[in-house]
Design a binder for this molecule. Structure first.
Ligand code: ATP
Length: 383
């Protein structure tokens, strides 16, 4: 090998080393650039102000009423990206002006079964006292169509989809609804109107839908709506978003009732102490069009109810029930039961297992006093 060749070889290897170093440097440079880019992005992310999670209460054209976690409500703008929001949705809002940036899917998921009472009641018709006429009517309009739908088909008439029981508190409305659920082997689904509108702000309508889905899946079923007036009260003016929310829930209830068949196996039993304030829409034909008044018991009724609630009690021999019941004038079924329970307590306090006439009389006085003090509280509230 000549010295010229040797020199060329050395040069080649220097060039080779140089290019591979260059390659390595370029690679390193690229990695560093990428790292710098990532760090920059992360820094930007740290600098960004966090977005607020809020609940959409109402949509008013281009704007929305939102509720923050602290309970404050604001009327805010909706960005393009968040168009199509619905009341009840959860969303992210900018901190500065609370503009809604986008919808998020952490909707308040709830299990409807947790918020309603579902049971298979065992109440018998004979557990209901003094309401024979009303029980007959309920049997005719709720029990018969569930038990013998073909009868209605043959005759060609449509039974009511639901009924409305109205009357003073404690007169046995819930008891009757449970009795009809038991006699038809139906699932009893109890919903309280006021809870529906207070607990599920923005979700009331959705909740109603789910309740009826549940009823269909557990049919035959009775949907019992206690305090239906909280949902279905006449509204003179729908101003606030809260009122609009109640209205939406009510509309959904009407839609559900309109949606099922007369001879389907879901029936609605509404219940109220305030029939006077009901929106007539709920009482229209094809809805809860059978109104049944549940009155306070008369003399005979009080006697029957007293017998029902004292039948498992040991009572003094020869006790004149009639004279006791005469002292219960104006009592509801719930008050008669309370008087019996109180009588039992008086006996227990004196180490007796038998309740005497005096125990019942003291029980009656106690219930009357409670009734009076409740009345006074009521007067104080509005006086
Ligand atoms: P509210 O309007 O306050 O919801 P309600 O009319 O639905 O009251 P219930 O809940 O049915 O009243 O009555 C409460 C309890 O009182 C019943 O569980 C039952 O023990 C007793 N009771 C009421 N009415 C009668 C009745 N007619 N016969 C027998 N028991 C009764």
């Amino acid at each position: 090998m000549t010295s010229q060749d040797e020199e060329k070889n050395i040069l080649d290897s220097v060039i080779y080393n140089y290019t591979s170093n260059m390659q390595a440097i370029e690679d390193e440079n690229r990695i560093l650039k990428q790292t710098a880019e990532n760090l920059k992005k992360e820094l930007e992310r740290f600098r960004k102000t966090p977005l607020l999670v809020c609940e959409v209460m109402d949509i008013r054209g281009e704007q929305a009423v939102i509720k923050l976690q602290n309970g404050n409500e604001f009327l805010v703008e909706i960005s393009e990206e968040a168009k199509g929001l619905m009341p009840g949705d959860m969303a992210l809002a900018e901190q500065k002006n609370l503009t809604i940036v986008r919808k998020i899917s952490i909707s308040k998921k709830f299990n409807v079964e947790k918020f309603v009472i579902i049971e298979k009641p065992t109440v018998k018709w004979k557990d209901v006292g003094g309401l024979d006429e009303q029980a007959e009517e309920i049997k005719e309009v709720v029990e018969l169509p569930l038990k013998k739908p073909e009868l209605f088909r043959q005759v060609g008439i449509q039974p009511p989809k639901g009924i409305l029981l109205y009357g003073e508190p404690g007169t046995g409305k819930t008891l009757l609804a449970k009795a009809v659920a038991a006699s038809t082997n139906s699932t009893f689904i109890e919903v309280v109107g006021s809870e529906l509108v207070q607990k599920f702000i923005g979700e009331g309508a959705k909740q109603v839908k789910e309740i009826f889905n549940l009823a269909r899946s557990k049919a035959p079923a009775i949907v019992f709506i206690d305090e239906i007036d909280a949902l279905a009260a006449k509204r003179i003016e729908i101003g606030t978003s809260g009122e609009r929310e109640v209205q939406r829930t009510f509309m959904q209830l009407l839609a559900e009732i309109d949606g099922f068949k007369h001879l389907g196996n879901v029936k609605v039993v509404g219940c109220t102490n305030r029939k006077d304030i009901l929106d007539p829409a709920i009482l229209r034909p094809g809805r809860l069009d059978r109104l049944i008044k549940i009155p306070l018991p008369d003399k005979e009724g009080r006697l029957e109810i007293f017998r029902i609630h004292s039948k498992d009690m040991k009572t003094e021999k020869g006790m004149n029930i009639k004279t006791i019941v005469n002292k219960m004038e104006g009592f509801s079924g719930a008050e008669i039961r309370a008087a019996c329970t109180e009588a039992g307590y008086y006996a227990i306090r004196e180490n007796r297992t038998t309740a005497t006439k005096e125990d019942f009389e003291r029980g009656i006085i106690k219930v009357r006093q409670e009734e009076m003090s409740e009345g006074e509280d009521y007067m104080r509230m509005f006086g």
